[in-house]
Design a protein. Structure first.
Length: 142
């Protein structure tokens, strides 16, 4: 079992399938989906939250501009306790030309917080029906 997510005081790393986030072969996009050491700049902040629809999550400070925010929902695999991550389901139409996001929420991002906004129109998805452990990474984009 590989540890796909590593959160430490020195870095935040999420590996690609088959690679260990704790000790990847190299700090390279070939092995890593996300790493605070990669050449994308250092994140402004990283935090842990219990993600719920309708929740507001405040940053540690108010930024000069509206930042970019990555949110990763994760869980633990029993009995090993290793972190595993989940992703939203995305479906395409029969012609594969339009992507439909089937999650029932979206992120509203401001310069001091982000919120998980309800986006259900007809049938509510059960992807996040209860609070889920997640971490967020805030990036400077201005």
């Amino acid at each position: 079992m590989t540890n796909r997510i590593y959160i430490g005081s020195d870095r935040v790393t999420m590996s690609k399938p088959g690679y260990n986030a704790v000790s990847p072969p190299a700090v390279d996009y070939k092995y890593l989906a996300l790493d605070s050491r990669l050449n994308s700049g250092r994140p402004l902040e990283v935090g842990l939250v219990s993600l719920v629809i309708g929740g507001n999550y405040y940053f540690t400070t108010t930024y000069a501009g509206v930042p970019g925010v990555d949110v990763v929902i994760y869980g633990t695999a029993a009995p090993s306790g290793a972190f595993v991550y989940q992703v939203p389901a995305v479906m395409r139409d029969a012609n594969a030309s339009i992507a439909y996001n089937r999650t029932n929420f979206y992120l509203g991002i401001y310069n001091d917080h982000f919120q998980v906004v309800d986006d259900a129109q007809y049938v509510r998805s059960s992807l996040i029906s209860t609070a889920q452990p997640a971490f967020y990474v805030v990036w400077q984009v201005w």
